[in-house]
Design a protein around this ligand. Structure first.
Ligand code: 5RP
Length: 260
């Protein structure tokens, strides 16, 4: 790995614990103004000092994160469909590599839709993005998206999707936690980061974090379970305590304190 690539990777997966906490705030690129993310700067502001990196689009980066912030950025560079459109898998690259470099991104992220109508298009886009990223020393995070077909999230499917992402050259893969998640991690030769998913009770979200890292995940990319919580700062700190300090679920829940 060359110096630029390695240095960028180290901003996302921290060398001390070999894990990272990514705060996902990219939902608007296909979901519009998601609950609690209606005014992104107000959501991001209190949380930005507690994450290792921030996953977002260039639009939210420019408008809602001060350039003086030192937070490493994972720039979402794919899109082109929405929750009200015909096919969520119909994505392409929407932000170029020169722009990612200009915005001082530490990584770029795109979705692949294995088994969906636009599987081929998204996989070929991943290959092309990796070619451009390698030339720029820019890590690529491939997101194994399933659109509305949530039932696809089992170990067999996710192992397939993660492995394909790694074979195409992704430097990190973001996927879902599932029953038998160790199998997904074992068969993927690059670090796996776990997506949070829709809001669930805090203990359940913290259990997901604990069992993800126990299975070998390199961290989490969590959004709604942090900023839709009544106490988002306490919640992200609790997530950090598991990811970086190996806290138990009970310890992390206790650290939340009384409900807001
Ligand atoms: C959407 C994404 C989101 O960043 C990802 O789902 C994480 O956010 P959440 O924890 O709210 O699910 O990549 O495609």
């Amino acid at each position: 790995m060359d110096w630029g690539m390695e240095s960028r990777m180290a901003r996302i997966i921290r060398p001390r614990s070999r894990r990272g906490v990514m705060l996902a705030v990219d939902h608007g690129y296909f979901m519009g103004p998601t609950r609690s993310l209606e005014r992104p700067s107000e959501t991001i502001g209190p949380l930005v000092d507690h994450c290792d990196s921030l996953m977002l689009t260039r639009g939210v980066l420019r408008t809602s994160v001060p350039a003086s912030s030192a937070v490493p950025v994972v720039l979402r560079v794919s899109g082109g469909s929405s929750i009200v459109g015909a096919d969520l898998s119909d994505e392409a690259i929407t932000t170029g590599m020169a722009e990612a470099v200009r915005l001082n991104a530490s990584a770029v992220a795109m979705s692949i839709f294995v088994g969906a109508a636009h599987e081929h298009q998204t996989l070929v886009s991943l290959g092309r993005l990796v070619d451009e990223a390698e030339a720029a020393g820019m890590p690529v995070l491939a997101v194994t998206a399933v659109g509305k077909e949530l039932e696809k999230r089992d170990a067999r499917y996710l192992s397939l999707a993660c492995r394909i992402a790694a074979e195409f050259g992704a430097h990190m893969v973001k996927t879902y936690h599932c029953e038998g998640f160790e199998r997904v991690v074992e068969s993927c030769p690059v670090p796996i980061i776990v997506a949070g998913g829709p809001k669930v009770p805090e203990r359940e979200a913290l259990e997901l974090v604990r069992s993800s890292v126990d299975a070998g995940a390199a961290g989490v990319d969590m959004g709604r379970n942090i900023w839709q919580s009544d106490r988002p700062v306490a919640m992200i700190r609790a997530v950090r305590s598991i990811v970086h300090d190996d806290a138990s679920v009970d310890e992390a829940v206790a650290s939340l304190g009384a409900p807001a």
